[in-house]
Design a protein around this ligand. Structure first.
Ligand code: BES
Ligand code: MN
Ligand code: ZN
Length: 496
């Protein structure tokens, strides 16, 4: 991982005179150059004119070695129309700002002008998220390219703003570290991160006070996870289930909320093998589990006053003489039988047992599951929205609203008895695929059969958003960490 910046908030005494300096320009007002010397101010005005820079959001001008200062550079970043700026704009501004800092700058001061403490904290979080880069396995650099260096970003503002920004940033830093953890897990190659290695990494959460319970393959066999275990049967790697417990509520026995993630550390398709084109992307088929792990990190870091269960099913789907096959009939943990018609529809088989287990064991207030479940969701929604399915309008509505707030957007698709019928089987209680049509919906219908007692439940199909989504202001990595900010916001808004 490239070095992450150190973030600090300082009260303005004098304008820094070394390293890089960033100032903001509001589209509606003058560039905030108060405090810069007259010579530099004039230089900024001339540069703005020469570049037709008017403070539009995302635009910037850069002045190297500005006259009358010891600065390496002065960067003026447009913030658009201040009055119209929302939370998300400030976050993205931070990311955009970070992208404009060349490698050589180690000391960067950002004059935050009229921004509030909350706004400054969001800008800082955006910069921190943008700084993540998965380069663990690069041993060579291009000619003349320098190794990235750790930066110190000082956000400089009035005394009370610096204090407020510092307070707001603490949980946002924990949240961002949760996002980066999720990205890292998605980016890691499948030879390095198998089910056991993934489970081992979740143990790190114990440092934050999370209780981590690892169910070994032997234990799962004893417990009867027949559906999940079938998927991992062709792999040399043992399957695992991890249950993470965060008991942050004052009443440790209060009913928990629950998040479940699909963690297929590599999905070849099994005997129903996938075409070789882009099969390497299936290292990201644990994006749901990565999100749940990152979310637990975020919640525990900010000591969220709520009881939470995070449960992930970790398997590798491989073809082998020992692999499960089309035609097999599995007995799931719930007792319901499943005819396998396609070994590439494995995610739902993994989730079936984990959903049933957490639903019956913890009787949670709700269950939200995340899974890179179907290619069909990419056909329907692309990389802009995750697919949302569920049995509870209130929960669906809350997640949708938090999606707009965080920019991690979801779009609801229908469930109904008629769709459910498509997964009926001639030989067993159900089959694991309803065919091509409405593929994402029939997958969700299958999951719903493993939600006990009609517990409020939402399924998020994140095949289009967890990995390989287009670069944004706050993310340039293949693994996006999608869902951590969304669900942390849902918890903060409604469940604590
Ligand atoms: N992991 C895949 C879904 C996927 C596809 C994720 C593309 C990310 C990008 C899943 O296990 C799968 O193979 N689904 C099948 C289901 C089908 C066999 C019913 C699919 O979508 O084709
Ligand atoms: Mn598959
Ligand atoms: Zn899969």
């Amino acid at each position: 991982m490239a070095p992450l910046p150190t973030i600090q908030f300082a009260a303005l005494s004098t304008i820094p005179n070394e390293g890089a300096l960033v100032i903001f320009a509001d589209e509606a007002a003058e560039i905030a150059v108060q405090g810069l010397n007259a010579e530099t101010s004039a230089q900024v005005s001339r540069a703005a004119k020469a570049n037709e820079f008017t403070g539009k959001s995302g635009k910037s001008i850069e002045i190297l070695a500005p006259a009358g200062t010891q600065l390496s550079r002065l960067i003026v970043v447009g913030i658009g129309k201040r009055a119209e700026a929302k939370k998300l704009n400030w976050l993205n501004l931070g990311g955009a700002l970070y992208s404009k800092l060349p490698c050589a700058d180690t000391k960067v001061a950002i004059l935050t002008g009229a921004c509030s403490g909350d706004e400054v904290a969001l800008i800082a979080q955006g910069a921190y998220l943008r700084a993540y880069n998965f380069d663990n396995y690069k041993t060579k650099r291009k000619d003349g390219e320098k190794a990235p260096v750790a930066k110190t970003l000082s956000f400089v503002s009035a005394v009370d703003v610096a204090k407020a920004a510092n307070d707001t940033f603490a949980p946002l830093k924990g949240q961002a570290d949760g996002v980066l953890l999720a990205r890292e897990l998605v980016n890691l190659p499948p030879n390095v991160l198998g089910p056991v290695e993934f489970a081992t990494r979740t143990k790190d959460l114990e440092k934050l006070g999370v209780k981590v319970e690892i169910l070994s393959q032997a234990k799962l066999t004893e417990m009867g996870f027949g559906s999940l275990l079938a998927v991992g049967r062709g792999s040399e790697k043992d399957s695992q289930v991890v249950i993470m417990h965060w008991n942050g509520a004052a009443d440790k026995a209060a009913q928990p909320i629950c998040f479940v993630g699909k963690g297929v550390t590599f999905d070849t398709g099994g005997i129903s093998i996938k075409p070789s084109n882009s099969m390497e992307d299936m290292k990201g088929d644990m994006g749901g589990a990565a999100c749940v792990t990152g979310l637990m990190h975020a919640l525990a870091s900010r000591k969220a006053p709520v009881n939470v269960i995070g449960a992930i099913g970790l398997v590798e789907n491989m073809p082998d003489g020992t692999a499960y096959r089309p035609g097999d009939i599995l007995t799931s943990l719930s007792g319901q039988t499943i005819e396998v018609v396609n070994t590439d529809a494995e995610g739902r088989l993994v989730l079936a047992d984990v959903l049933w287990h957490v639903g019956t064991t913890y009787k949670p207030k709700f269950i939200v599951d995340l899974a890179t479940l179907t290619g069909a969701i990419l056909v329907a929604l692309g990389t802009e929205h995750a697919g949302l399915f569920g049995n509870n309008d209130e929960l669906a509505q809350r997640i949708t609203a938090a999606g707009l707030e965080t920019g991690e957007k979801v779009w609801r698709l229908p469930l109904s008895a008629d769709y459910d019928k498509l997964t009926d089987s001639k030989f067993a209680d159900m089959k694991n695929s309803g065919g091509r049509n409405a593929g994402s919906i029939t997958a969700a219908q299958f999951l719903q059969r493993f939600i006990p007692d009609n517990i409020p439940w939402v399924h998020l199909d994140v095949a289009g958003t967890a990995m390989d989504s287009p670069a944004s202001d706050i993310n340039t990595s293949w693994g996006s960490g999608w869902g951590v900010r969304l669900l942390d916001q849902v918890v903060a808004n409604y469940y604590q």
